[in-house]
Ligand binder design. Sequence first.
Ligand SMILES: [Fe+2]
Length: 277
Amino acid sequence: MFVQAQDLPWQQGYYGEGRADVEMKMLSIDEAGTDATTIIRYPAGWRRNDTEYLSCHEEFLVLDGALTINDQRYDKHTYGFLPAGFVRNRAASDDGAVLLTMFYDKPVVQSGEPPPGLFDPRLLVDYVNPLAMDWDPGLVDPQLSAGVAIKPLREDPYTKEVSFLYMSPPHRVPPGMAKPQWTHPMVEELYTIEGEYVWGDCGRMGPGGYAWWREDVYHGPAGTDTGYHLFVRTVNGPLVNHFDTEKKPFVWNPEFRPQLPDSVKVYAKPYTRPPNY
Ligand SMILES: [Fe+2]
């Protein structure tokens, strides 16, 4: 809570088996070394022509470029959730692609068809194109102030975990420059696609800002002068917001006070906005 992805190093290959020819930034990984959130960069000309599947669920949002899996082309800001055992007969990226990618176990690419029963079609979200959707303010918790809206990407039919895009218009200012902090009983993961999100307690997050907000840890108060566009995912349950009662003062330029594991903290730097003039 939080780091700018730009400050993290690329490494060759990802942490699983079978994609040694991509580059990866590790945003977060669980203590067992299994579930992780990464940025995967597919080089121009990347290609798979043989049938294969992954041992775990792979969820992604295209940050840049385009990737084609089977007959589906995924352009910038499109989304997919391909469950374990989803068959990829072919895949390619002619000009390269950068994907925010979540793995739900340590990913291992296997050749051929999956064993019966591995693939659960109820979990498949083949393709979502948010650019063809309207923002829905009715999906937002009414305790949050007006103006924000959601584009839903996925709800897990079993765990009710959700992934969605979340937007705020600019100039969402805490009334009287004070607001309560809040938290959630589940993990909330945030990736800033565009804009800036100001956390009174830990700093200003810019495009590329990434947070793995632990359960029951209070943060904020928060506001935005620029507006923002975030990818949000809940882990270990549906989205629930718990608001504190005590109002805390808010400032526009809080000091960067990251709360990060040591492996990430060494790279973390404050966000500095390039001038728009
Ligand atoms: Fe939240």
